[in-house]
Write a new protein. Structure first.
Length: 299
């Protein structure tokens, strides 16, 4: 029984990584504008988590300071830009390239923490950052040269990179707030701000909010339940039971899972440059993550 209980967080982490790996596939299957898909993913996720926050953590909302509230709103806007950029990138580049490049976000977290939080960057962290960026550059240069043939473009990769930068901003904005605010109230405020930002983006782009076929609504709901709840929310639960370094490194499996799913479900075969560059990116991110976790653990 004890072994089963000990295995539960590990199984939950595997489920979370797999669930997150389905996000790119669901976006590709959707014929709706990318900003609309992003809007409904976050809206439906908010609808699912907000009741828990309100019923179990009502007092936490009252204790939110203006500074924490403002920080959560900034995090939500950054998350909105992340989703809008990354979802759109999947219309212009391969699943393998998009998901791998957006996974570079720990590199930007390390750089942002050094610039904004005065956290030092060790030599190993610097090596990891350089390796990850070099791998992303190799993937982008390769895709740019083959864009007309494969449909992968530097524009799509640039959008994925923007998604990585903004999700790193979201992570940094929420780092100190999460030390004072429970996860459900925090994500409810963040998702609420994200929903409003995406709602405005959809309107600014002139896309309709309704009128989509039933298939699209099922895909929107799948994005919320799968990557949204089973992916990121379960991962946050796992952090209370497993070391953060284990969780961080496990998330490097998301690009691998997404690439395999794209191969099976979309018949999308990554070429040698994408695979090679992706492996270099993941190696650099792994070094950066491991070294950063070691530093924070010793701080």
């Amino acid at each position: 029984m004890n072994r089963d209980l000990e295995a539960t967080p590990a199984v939950a982490l595997a489920v979370a990584v797999f669930a997150a790996s389905t996000s790119a596939i669901l976006v590709r299957w959707s014929a709706a504008p990318s900003s609309v898909a992003a809007f409904y993913r976050v809206l439906f996720t908010t609808v699912l988590v907000a009741p828990i926050a309100v019923t179990r953590h009502r007092a936490a909302f009252a204790r939110l300071s203006r500074r924490d509230l403002a920080g959560a709103v900034v995090a939500g806007v950054a998350l909105a830009i992340h989703f809008a950029a990354w979802f759109e990138s999947l219309n212009h580049t391969s699943v393998a390239a998009s998901v791998t490049i957006v996974q570079v976000q720990p590199v930007f977290v390390a750089l942002g923490a050094a610039l904004l939080l005065d956290e030092r960057i060790s030599r190993a962290t610097g090596v990891g950052i350089v390796v990850a960026i070099a791998g992303a550059a190799a993937m982008s240069l390769g895709d740019a040269g083959r864009g007309a043939l494969t449909g992968a473009t530097a524009y799509g990769n640039a959008l994925a990179l923007l998604g990585a930068v903004t999700v790193a901003g979201y992570t940094l904005a929420g780092r100190s707030i999460r030390q004072r605010v429970p996860v459900f109230p925090y994500v409810t405020v963040v998702y609420g701000a994200c929903v409003i930002a995406l709602f405005l983006l959809v309107g600014a782009q002139g896309h309709p909010y309704v009128g989509y076929p039933a298939r699209e609504w099922l895909l929107f709901l799948g994005l919320a339940i799968g990557p949204g709840v089973l992916g990121h929310t379960v991962s946050n639960w796992v952090l209370a039971h497993l070391e953060s370094v284990v969780v961080s490194v496990a998330w490097l499996g998301e690009p691998v899972g997404a690439t395999l799913l794209a191969f099976v479900l979309l018949a999308e075969v990554p070429d040698a440059i994408t695979v090679g560059g992706g492996l270099v990116v993941l190696a650099g991110v792994a070094v950066t993550t491991l070294e950063r976790e070691r530093y924070l653990g010793n701080d």
